[in-house]
Write a protein that binds this ligand. Sequence first.
Ligand code: SF4
Length: 342
Amino acid sequence: MKTSIYDIKKLEKHLRHNGFGARELRRTYRMLFREFTPLENLGWDDAFTANFKEQFETSYLTLVSRIDSKIDGATKLLFETPDGKKIETVILRIATGRTSICVSSQVGCTEKCRFCATGELGFFRNLKSEEILDQVVQAGRILASEDRSLRNIVFMGMGEPLRNYDNLVAAMDQLLSEHVFKFVPKRITVSSLGIPELIVKFAQRFPQVSLALSLNGSNDAARSEVMPINNRYPMADLRSMLEQLETIREGIVMIEYIMFKDLNDSVEDAAKVAAFLRGLAVHINLIPYNPDYSLNKSFLPSSIETIEAFKNHLQSEGYKVTRRFSLGQDIAAACGQLANKS
Ligand code: SF4
């Protein structure tokens, strides 16, 4: 079996054995993992490259298709894993020039959020850390070819990242390593639907990595209606978890709130959300629900006026609030739409 190119200890051993000094190693890592240079362009001679490929697995995902949005800077990449499973990664080119990618952590999802296209697929398997990292490298290569650099990584693609804890941690170790990808921790965001013990465990290990929590409800009844996980971990548990996070990590927690008509979008709901989050360092992100890509037609989107009233109330209570404009609506790359069209 070949060695993974992401097994840095073995990679270093191989390169040192072949005469690479400290400077050449640094240059190789920079080109491979920060500039996303293809192996063929590293300046190695052909025989050395061929021998390297015989010993090292350099790619884990095959790009099956690429769809570019016609209305904004989003690109959806459809990959196939070695066992024939399909996963999606989204590149987001934001008008300000910043670039982000949204990576998947599972094939399908273990959870069954009732508004989510991925949840409707069911769960197939967890992605290996190499498959998570390969999404970063392949998307990074596309951006590098456009003279852009990859700034942010968000774990908001297919799957609940914390249900794939060990592989997530292994990938994160490489993404944050000084010698490998060298990402700034706060520019990586792990988004979870709220599994308190796993979020706390992750935050203890990576206190500087950004966290997002999908709240999506102002009370247990409404939240349970869209997210069955709430039956297991009700909002009181989430509140205790958020308090605990403040003692073990720096920075705010992003609260994601998808807005559903007549379910969680009234000013009274806003007041309940404000009370629930009182005293915590959070930023609330309101996400208009897009029903087009879900098989479940029982939820409807809130109107812009309703969202604005909700936002105004939260702001009047002193919260930082943004209304997210999802990129990639036309290519089913917005929140909760991944996997549905593939
Ligand atoms: S919203 Fe996230 S956690 Fe819920 S089913 Fe979809 S991918 Fe899974």
